[in-house]
Design a binder for this molecule. Structure first.
Ligand code: ZN
Ligand code: FE
Length: 253
């Protein structure tokens, strides 16, 4: 099994999964970059997976389905707004792609139907626009408490799980993180890596659950230092999370 990054639009990533017996793309924003990598590798697309309905994650669905007859799998809760959906899935459903198995997790808040695909054996999770490297998605269709709960599910995955998220937002996420977690040595070390990667035009993805636990401020709302940094008393992680998210919404990084 191999996972390849497919840069799409200005800052999206789609992902190619090559398993024995299946070739899938996760969140195809647009068809062309996906067609290019399939052509280069001489592959036939069998499946399309969507984490949520937003256009920058589903824009390639119909043209790719038309060309390959690929099966589209996405959140059942969003069956009315995922273009070409064939198979709706939800919490604990297992998606089989050739010789690989992926467990579906419901992780609402960015959108109400948002899901993740987690492969235990593959040590990989596709988090869409819920968990980003050093960040999290905006709350378009959910509350801070819902997003906090969704993030808690993701960080409970094994620490070595590779995190494949929907956007290359890492540098600006990290700049925000430094404003609220200045004393975090792991964060400073990671930013050094991220800055040099971006200077060289390299992706910062995949991340890992361990790295996110150590450096992502939205997962660190239980830390007294983070509460203090946003002017709140420690002990109510949802309130701290909500304030972090509110500040990030207006952060110019
Ligand atoms: Zn989105
Ligand atoms: Fe997106």
């Amino acid at each position: 099994m191999q996972i390849s990054l497919i840069p799409c639009l200005s800052d999206n990533y789609a992902y190619l999964i090559e398993a024995a017996g299946a070739v899938a793309v996760v969140d195809p924003s647009e068809p062309e970059p996906v067609l290019r990598i399939l052509r280069d590798k001489g592959l036939h697309l069998t499946h399309i997976l969507n984490t949520h309905h937003h256009f920058d994650h589903t824009g390639g669905n119909l043209p790719l389905k038309e060309q390959f007859g690929a099966t589209i799998i996405g959140p059942a809760a969003d069956s009315h707004r995922i273009p070409g959906l064939d198979q709706g899935v939800g919490e604990d459903d297992v998606v089989t792609l050739g010789d690989t198995r992926w467990t579906v997790m419901n992780i609402p808040a960015h959108t109400s139907g948002h899901i993740a695909f987690w492969g235990r054996e593959q040590a990989a999770v596709f988090t869409g626009d819920t968990l980003f490297a050093m960040g999290c998605g905006r709350l378009f269709e959910g509350t801070p408490a819902q997003m906090w709960a969704s993030l808690q599910k993701l960080v409970a995955l094994p620490p070595d799980t590779r995190v494949y998220c929907g956007h290359e937002y890492t540098l600006s996420n990290g700049r925000f993180a430094l404003t609220v977690d200045i004393g975090n040595a792991d964060l400073h070390a990671r930013m050094t890596d991220v800055e040099s990667a971006r200077l060289q035009g390299r992706p910062t993805i995949p991340s890992s659950i361990a790295l996110e636990r150590a450096t992502n401020p939205f997962l660190r709302a239980t830390e007294p230092a983070l509460a203090t940094a946003v002017g709140l008393a420690a002990g109510d992680p949802v309130a701290v999370f909500a304030e972090l998210r509110r500040r990030k919404d207006s952060f110019k990084g």
